[in-house]
Write a protein that binds this ligand. Structure first.
Ligand code: NAD
Length: 493
């Protein structure tokens, strides 16, 4: 392993990875390129980490876990998280620019995420001093006191996708720091730069060496060895359902704990009484934001038949009005897809939609005029005349594509909405309180939003039903994912 004795060069073209408090190269010496998806330009190279690097990072994380970090009091972990939050606030523009150039997120949107990400850090800071077990009365003979202790699970392997590098990194690292765990983070090979910047800011805030490690590399070469590592106590994973299944298989060796935030094919139900002024833009952006590369994308749009045609028309006009371009322009509303491969995948679904008989209302093509030619841009797309069995209505596209499906009764809408292996999120638009309550109860999804979408708060659990995963991020349950519960009995007579 080559140790690079310098701090992370923020504007350098090569960025080493972070293991045990050092900026290092891959043991193999190999690197890979990361590109700006809006322009196709190579913006940096990073180490192509593999099994040996994972070994080293897990060892560093273990040493830190049993070392000085284990003696950090809750209030010290709290102060550290607050320092990180303050440092993030000062460097927010830099973090946003990194996300925009490395994965295409429009900078206006990245800036708008400040409260969410800083709020997460400050929420976990608060929770660091709120962890506690319980004393529990028992029925045993003799005088025995029984209580529970909450203890950090240990070394956490965190594997994240490309579509929200900042939020995903913090959602994994924040609770680890709050509970006293240590982390080996494996970012997506498509967007590794912001997690490296985050590691740098954390070190600057005073996170001890080895508590947060970042190993860059591919899923097969770095992700899989992390998932199967016998020295990792827990994997927290966000990504596709297929990869989630292979993580579960890989975890069997030491039966490490696993929590999974996976894919979705979320339904949005627009009732006949909905406020269309609100429902049209919210339903549109439930998919088009981040160019559809959102796990909770409300990509199956069920619309009451009586308003269906009007709704589709207004939705399409809204889609056609969105400003598409390089996310670095503050006016841009829709940026590029992450890679030419993702572009090809989404184009495949556009073809499938037309071939299976759906009616293309707007979009449906790659945008390649002028400056857009070098990037991976797809026009926001609406299909009508979609049936429940078409591929565009069943499979996660991860692109800016909405399938509109008319319905006649609410019972039918609920049945069809739930007819999917996924269960990540669902949306409802209605002015009727009883309908809002009934549908939020009947929809099988980890999050249900009524007359809004995308509402995610650090204090409220988020996660999947069915094949969208298990475990929760956000709220007290999130910390529970990073804690073991120990029952203690002490005989005192
Ligand atoms: P992906 O599953 O291909 O990759 C996710 C991460 O897993 C990457 O870091 C990748 O390198 C790694 N990986 C790949 N194969 C691996 C293996 N065999 N072992 C260990 N790690 C491996 O997902 P993606 O294409 O990067 O992201 C898109 C997917 O993520 C979509 O399905 C989306 O719905 C999902 N997602 C879910 C949420 C959520 O909170 N539920 C949030 C964002 C994205």
């Amino acid at each position: 392993m080559t140790i690079v004795p310098i701090r992370q060069p923020i504007d350098g073209r090569h960025r080493p990875m972070f293991i045990g408090g050092l900026w290092v190269e891959a043991a193999s010496g190999q690197t890979f390129e990361t590109r700006n998806p809006a322009t196709g330009e190579i913006i940096a190279t990073v180490p192509r980490g593999g099994r040996q690097d994972i070994e080293r990072a897990v060892a560093a994380a273990r040493n830190a876990f049993v070392g000085p970090w284990s003696r950090f009091k809750p209030h010290e972990r709290q102060k550290l998280l607050l320092r990180i939050a303050n440092l993030f606030e000062r460097h927010w523009e830099e973090i946003c620019t990194s996300d925009t150039t490395d994965m295409g997120l429009p900078i206006a949107r990245a800036r708008g995420n400040a409260n969410r990400v800083l709020g997460m850090l400050r929420y976990y800071a608060g929770m660091a001093t709120a962890l506690h077990g319980e004393t529990i009365e028992n029925s045993l003979p003799g005088d025995i006191v029984s209580f529970t202790r909450k203890e950090p699970v240990g070394v956490v392997g965190a594997i994240i996708p490309w579509n929200a590098p900042t939020a995903a990194s913090i959602w994994k690292i924040g609770p680890a720091l709050a509970t006293g765990c240590t982390v080996v983070l494996k970012p997506s090979e498509e967007a590794p730069l912001t997690p490296l910047l985050i590691a740098e800011l954390m070190a600057e805030a005073g996170v001890p060496d080895g508590v947060v490690n970042v190993v860059t590399g591919t899923g097969a070469e770095a992700g899989a060895p992390l998932a199967e590592h016998m020295g990792v106590d827990k994997i927290v994973f966000t990504g596709s359902t297929l990869t989630g299944q292979s993580i579960v298989r890989a975890s069997a060796g030491n039966l490490k704990r696993v929590s999974l935030e996976l894919g979705g094919k979320s339904p949005v139900i627009v009732c006949a009484d909905a406020d269309l002024e609100r429902a049209v833009p919210v339903a549109a952006m439930s998919v088009f934001a981040n160019s559809g590369q959102i796990c909770i994308a409300g990509s199956r749009l069920f619309v009451a038949r009586s308003i269906h045609d009007e709704f589709v028309e207004r939705l399409s006009a809204y889609a056609a009005s969105l400003r598409i371009g390089n996310g670095i322009d503050p006016e841009t509303e829709i940026g590029p897809l992450i890679s030419p491969r993702q572009l090809e995948r989404v184009e495949g679904y556009l073809r499938a939609g037309s071939e299976e008989g759906a009616r293309l209302v707007t979009g449906g093509t790659r945008l390649s005029h002028g400056a857009l030619a070098a990037g991976n841009f797809i026009a926001p797309t609406v299909f009508a005349g979609v049936s429940d069995t078409m591929r565009i209505a069943r499979e996660e596209i991860f692109g800016p594509v909405i399938s509109a499906l008319p319905f006649d009764t609410l019972d039918e809408a609920v049945r069809r909405a739930n007819d999917t292996p996924y269960g990540l999120a669902a949306g409802v638009f209605t002015r009727d309180l009883a309908t809002a309550h009934q549908l939020s109860r009947r929809l099988q999804a980890g999050s249900v939003w009524v007359n809004t979408y995308h509402a995610i708060d650090p204090a409220v659990p988020f996660g999947g039903y069915k094949m969208s995963g298990y475990g929760r991020e956000g709220g007290g349950e999130h910390l529970g994912e990073y804690l073991n519960t120990k029952g203690v009995f002490i005989r005192i007579d």
